[in-house]
Design a protein around this ligand. Sequence first.
Ligand code: OAD
Length: 253
Amino acid sequence: MGDAIVIPTEVARALREARQVVALTGAGISAESGVPTFRDAQTGLWAKYDPQELATPQSFRRNPKLVWDWYAWRRELVAAAEPNPGHFALAEIERRVPQFTLITQNVDSLHQKAGNIAVIELHGNISRIKCYEEDRIVDHWQEPDEDDHPRCPHCGGMLRPDVVWFGEMLPAAALRQAINASRSADFFLTIGTSGIVQPAASLPFEAIENRAITVEINPSETPLSAWMHHALRGPSGVILPALIAAAWPEFIV
Ligand code: OAD
């Protein structure tokens, strides 16, 4: 047995009494499902590439095959991944509080797989494919032969994943909903995010303006840490179930 996780009573009580809970998640929540984060070292085949350098329109124009293959690798990895106890705990919180909004920077659908319903995807979804030329979602497409690039069945343009790349706008409706939810939160969790990619990283500040109780769940300190009321240090797959057990001690898993 490891050390018991201690959840401060104030945090447990604030969650239990909250009316509008918002959680902002990042790659860290999926780490325990085997999906590599962006800023931790990559492993294997892709170890020599910096994901941030692959995630730009410029890289795609320069080397579409490299970028396509990297996303194809991640798409397969994500398709085979299962939600972990952190994801399931967030689905449980959604069922327990009056209003809950999950804002994710992840593109892996693991929150939906775990049972969350109110999910705002700020950075798109890796399983959707769209046309680079026309920005239109394409339902049917084929993996190309060796050196070809998959093409749009409508216009012949190059296909790409429907994720937000650096330098691109976030989906406007998703961002608006995320800001509105954060502004009305009374309890705000930031989970498994390094808190450096904007505009997601500014959402906690909308909640702070609304006098929400803010809690960070992350094994490491981040630039957001200093602004949060509480930091719960550890993996989200351990901390989130402990938080539920502390908030609703009558709850038996
Ligand atoms: P990062 O890779 O920047 O940060 C992952 C965070 O998760 C770090 O702060 C880790 O300490 C933390 N972490 C690692 N293991 C964890 C665990 N088991 N439980 C909880 N936390 C853990 O990922 P993001 O913050 O999501 O954007 O990155 C933000 C955006 O930058 C991504 O959505 C992506 C990326 O480039 C785009 O592609 C547009």
